[in-house]
Design a protein around this ligand. Structure first.
Ligand code: ADP
Length: 353
């Protein structure tokens, strides 16, 4: 009988891949308190499988795979004790306190929209950049699992390091700390985010990113008002939410749903940003209201929330997003940049708490 060492077991278990982090469970530090007994002709192994969340949708699958892999290398008996980060029971952990890695973040602001394509991510990137240029320490959490774009908008191509305690260090670009689920996967790997898996990833992002101290953390919400949005609201303490819409009725109607979600969950809505408000023709210098005029203004009045700004359609804003240089940085004299800076001044002037 060949004796099995600790590294034989850990290497074998590392073949069990966590689909959310796309890394082996040993590397992720999930295998703890490993005990091996090489007795006569029988090898038995016991360890704790410490997962990040009790709602991990693949925990049963992990156990089956671990047992199979160990059996393949000659382990006769495997005893796996499942626990969650701090060893609490599933139900106790569910009623969790707020993530400790967010405790030094002064304000967490959601940037949300009822539908996709209205420029929510572009606005998140520019507000974050404008706040950083204003001397604030700023982070951006890309929670838009269905269309993550913060990596592109901040020109980030590398993956963050995973620390031995399972925390991630955000990537710093132009002085802004950025973390996104997309950074954990190769770009060609298509990920289907369904209910529990999506919620688990959101929880990981909220619980395991090392922001240190920040003045502002902007969260780029996924569009819509479903379970993922609710998971984020329940998983951290939002100081407020900013709604983004284009001026046409179809976008505004969805924006009302977004407003209801925050109102129902008692998150203060700081205001509405109307994006793609108008286009200035470089030939005639006239403002063209391609998507209709004043839709955002009227909606803000109806919802009794401030209209924080009206961002025109500008090529420099689009190019900034494409080139990883938010417009406030790459084109500081544009109309959009002036609006972004004005909005940040308003946010900075809000009372503490
Ligand atoms: P969302 O996050 O709402 O899905 P994005 O921020 O990804 O939307 O924007 C969708 C597209 O519109 C992107 O190509 C972006 O560059 C472009 N865009 C957004 N806002 C503007 C704007 N004000 N002017 C020009 N292009 C814009």
């Amino acid at each position: 009988m060949r004796l099995l060492t600790e590294s034989d077991i850990l290497n074998a278990l590392n073949l069990v891949i966590d689909p959310d982090f796309n890394r082996g469970i040993t590397e992720l530090g999930f295998v703890q308190n490993l005990k091996i007994k090489n007795y006569e002709s029988e090898i038995s192994v016991a360890f704790d499988l410490v997962l990040t969340t009790p709602t991990c949708p693949v925990k049963d699958e992990f156990i089956i795979k671990c047992k199979q892999i160990l059996s393949d290398i000659g382990v006769a008996k495997t005893d796996i004790k499942l626990s969650f980060s701090s060893g609490e029971t599933a139900s106790a952990k569910e009623e969790k306190q707020l993530p400790s890695l967010l405790k030094n973040v002064k304000k967490i602001i959601a940037i949300a929209s009822g539908k996709g394509g209205v420029g929510k991510s572009t606005i998140t990137a520019n507000l974050a950049m404008a706040a950083a240029l204003n001397g604030k320490s700023v982070g951006v959490l890309d929670a838009d699992l269905y269309g993550p774009s913060m990596g592109l908008m901040f020109g980030i191509t590398e993956s963050p390091e995973i620390n031995s305690d399972k925390t991630l260090n955000p990537i710093i670009s132009h002085g802004v700390k950025v973390a996104s689920a997309a950074m954990l996967f190769p770009p060609e790997q298509a990920i289907v985010w369904r209910g529990p898996r999506a919620s688990a990833m959101i929880k990981n992002l909220l619980n395991f990113v090392h922001w240190d101290s920040l003045d502002y953390l902007f969260i780029d919400f996924p569009p819509g008002t479903g379970d993922i949005q609710l998971s984020i609201i329940q998983g951290c303490e939002l100081s407020g939410a900013i709604l983004v819409s284009t001026p046409q009725n179809v976008a505004l109607a969805d924006c009302i749903k977004g407003h209801s979600l925050f109102a129902e969950t008692k998150v203060p809505v700081l205001g509405l940003i109307e994006n793609m408000s108008y286009f200035i023709c470089d030939k005639c210098e006239k403002e063209h209201y391609i998507f209709g005029q004043s839709g955002g203004k009227k909606l803000a009045e109806t919802l009794k929330i401030p209209l924080l700004g009206q961002i025109p359609i500008e090529t420099s804003t689009m190019q900034g997003a494409e080139n990883g240089l938010p417009a406030v940085l790459s084109c500081p004299n544009s109309k959009s940049s002036a609006e972004f800076n004005k909005i940040i001044d308003t946010i900075v002037a809000l009372p503490e708490g």
